[in-house]
Design a protein around this ligand. Structure first.
Ligand code: UDP
Length: 243
């Protein structure tokens, strides 16, 4: 029996609690949506349920492919049991196609395919708006060791190599996504969540957005799009498309 213990931390979309086991935390997915450093806020009914389930699907897939994640098991509609990580305060962005901040920063039109996968790093710090950093900053500030960064980059590229064809089979282009890693018993482990809040998903046929950009850009249909991603991944109603 897993008891929800002391509340530890509340993020923008999740709450973390201790459990009876010091090596395990409980993650609760909320319906809150925020963008632009919390300037834009809303509650999207069922988002937490969808992101809990979608993260479970992605974490299980990655575990099956030999990538260690913090995922242990689903406890309820909104709750996931995870390994307790010491989070490495570096957000890792993986990009296949230009969109969002890279398009603005480098003047690359959204939708331009990058000739190779691009990794970017930013400091996990909301007050500073997650500024982009490089390896020099990471080592100078002792955020991670060179050995850890080598592992993080290897894992991030491997996650991408697994997710791209998996999503393509259900008609979804994986444009970009954000990963967070942490330390658990001396190992680097994938943490956080993998969901339409942290990835850009475009429908292969129509190019339609199926992710948080619908919220950021006031496009409407946010939850319907998240539901559609889940429906396709659960393989219902002939959602599989020819690849
Ligand atoms: N992302 C995220 N959390 C962040 C910043 C980015 O999950 O704090 C995700 C975002 O959803 C997208 C990818 O990382 O899938 C790249 O985001 P980008 O740098 O383009 O920033 P944005 O345009 O979202 O500000």
């Amino acid at each position: 029996m897993m008891n929800k213990g002391e509340f530890i931390y509340e993020g923008k979309a999740k709450r973390i609690y201790r459990t009876d086991n010091p090596d395990q935390y409980l993650v609760e997915f909320k319906d809150d949506a925020t963008a632009f450093d919390g300037l834009k806020k809303d509650t999207l009914a069922d988002k937490g349920i969808l992101n809990n389930r979608l993260s479970e699907i992605f974490f299980k897939l990655l575990e099956d492919e030999g990538i260690e994640t913090h995922f242990i098991e689903i406890l309820s509609e909104r709750e996931m049991l995870v390994k307790a990580l010491e989070i490495i305060p570096v957000e890792v962005i993986v990009r296949n196609i230009a969109a969002g901040s890279i398009s603005k920063r480098l003047g690359i039109p959204e939708g331009t395919k990058l000739s190779r996968t691009v990794l970017e790093f930013s400091l996990k710090n909301d007050e500073l708006h997650d500024p982009m950093i490089n390896h020099y900053h990471i080592y100078a500030l002792y955020l991670a060791t060179a050995e850890e960064m080598a592992r993080i980059e290897e894992l991030a590229l491997k996650v991408n190599a697994i997710l791209v064809p998996y999503l393509e089979k259900v008609g979804i282009t994986l444009v970009d996504f954000k990963l967070e890693f942490g330390r658990h018993k001396g190992r680097v482990v994938l943490g956080d969540e993998i969901s339409p809040d942290t990835c850009r998903f475009w429908d292969i046929g129509s190019g339609e957005k199926m992710d948080k950009d619908r919220f950021r850009r006031d496009m409407g249909g946010v939850i319907d799009a998240y539901r559609e991603v889940l429906r396709r991944l659960e393989g219902g109603d002939g959602a599989e498309v020819e690849s």
